[in-house]
Design a protein around this ligand. Structure first.
Ligand SMILES: Cc1ncc(COP(=O)(O)O)c(C=O)c1O
Length: 382
């Protein structure tokens, strides 16, 4: 039985608004017909606003990792040197991909939970001016940490022929990320975050320089060949069958998250973040990240409590879904999502569930303090 009252507070997938669910349930149409062509055109124009770019934003029928791989294999040549800023599970994914494709990997391993150090990046790039690309996450979701993207873009600009590739899968729509203004060469995102869709499509936008690079890339690629996608884009199509259902739902959701509404969405994420931070502090909990993201909060689980057990208890007894930690953070953090269709009641109930489950497991906090923190800080949500 599906629990309709369950609250989803993970950093992706995120809760989907009813109007998007309705759009997802509409009857199928063909992806080469005129009706879909109009939808695709509208969607493409709005996507440019979300990415804040004048360049095409390609829609890939894959999850975000597919767009990451597409970005890497299309802009590089065999044996190229790349700098990967690896600050968690998703940064590590860039490194693993670089190894698969035989790239010369220069890896900057940032301590988990910390923002990348600009001085360190500067000296790595000065030592290795032949780097052809720098890869980074705007928000490393595994630790809930943001990186100084604008500044890293400025540092990358010192390379003679280096592109800056940003995984904005969680970040886009939760923070300011004007792709063209900040000179980001490739920016990617995914459906199941600020776009409030089910997982299954991803987005990739490229500067003119990056589009030039893909003409000379020689890494093996078939499905993710962006030369084909760009050609199809110019004809108003996608190269393979379009993910029609997702794209029609995207048409409905984009007005809600682009233009003036984008600022509102970013403000909402910040409000949920501020509320979560303040409640956690009032309960004596520590935040894991030293540079926290507005898309999610990683809360450190008190030492005496098993984080996995805590998460299971919250799910089974309180019907709220959070994410735990991965690898070295397994059982040590709870990740609370701030993206998507989250009402004030959802976040308040979600936090109450976290506090109550902590209490159930012996964390020394009274039920008064538990409740008071929520009522005192709910002002952050307005
Ligand atoms: C920052 C980041 N990069 C990459 C991914 C991978 O995306 P997907 O699971 O859609 O392949 C995620 C997924 O949560 C993510 O948060």
């Amino acid at each position: 039985m599906i629990d309709q009252n369950k609250i989803l507070l993970t950093p992706g997938p995120v809760p989907i608004p009813p109007y998007v669910l309705e759009a997802l349930a509409r009857p199928m149409i063909h992806h080469r017909g005129p009706e879909f062509a109009r939808t695709l055109e509208t969607v493409r124009e709005s996507l440019k606003q979300v990415f804040r770019t004048s360049q095409p934003v390609l829609i890939m029928a894959s999850t975000g990792s597919g767009a990451m791989e597409a970005a890497m294999v299309n802009i590089l040549r065999r044996g190229d040197r790349v700098l990967v800023i690896n600050s968690g599970k998703f940064g590590e994914r860039w490194s693993k991909m670089a190894a698969v494709y035989g790239l010369r990997l220069l890896e900057y391993c940032v301590p988990w939970g910390e923002a990348a150090d600009l001085g360190k990046i500067d000296s790595l790039l000065k030592e290795h001016p032949d780097c052809k690309a720098v890869f980074c996450q705007a928000c490393e979701t595994s630790t809930g940490t943001v990186h100084p993207i604008r500044e890293i873009a400025e540092l990358t600009a010192q390379l003679e022929d280096g592109l800056f590739v940003v995984d904005a899968i969680t970040a886009l729509g939760t923070m300011d990320l004007p792709m063209d203004e900040w000179h980001i060469d490739v920016m990617i995102s995914g459906a199941q975050k600020a776009f409030m869709l089910p997982p299954g499509i991803s987005f990739i936008a490229m500067s003119e320089r990056a589009q030039g690079r893909i003409q000379t890339s020689d890494l093996p690629v078939f499905y993710f060949d962006l030369k084909n996608e760009l050609k199809a884009y110019r004809k108003g199509e996608t190269y393979f069958s379009s993910p029609v259902t997702h794209i029609r739902a995207l048409e409905v959701v984009l007005p809600e998250i682009s233009g003036a509404n984008m600022e509102k969405r970013i403000t909402r994420c910040r409000a949920l973040m501020n509320f979560t931070h303040k409640v956690c502090r009032a309960w004596g909990l520590t935040l894991y990240s030293k540079n926290p993201a507005s898309g999610l909060t990683a809360v450190a689980v008190p030492d005496q409590i098993d984080g996995q057990h805590l998460r299971d208890l919250i799910e089974d007894r309180y019907h709220v879904t959070f994410m735990g930690g991965q690898d070295q953070l397994k059982g040590r953090i709870i990740r609370v999502g701030h993206i998507g269709y989250i009402t004030d009641d959802d976040i308040k109930q979600g936090m109450m569930a976290l506090g109550s489950a902590l209490r159930d497991l012996g964390y020394g906090i009274s039920s008064d303090i538990l409740r008071d923190a929520i009522t005192t800080h709910e002002v952050e949500l307005h």
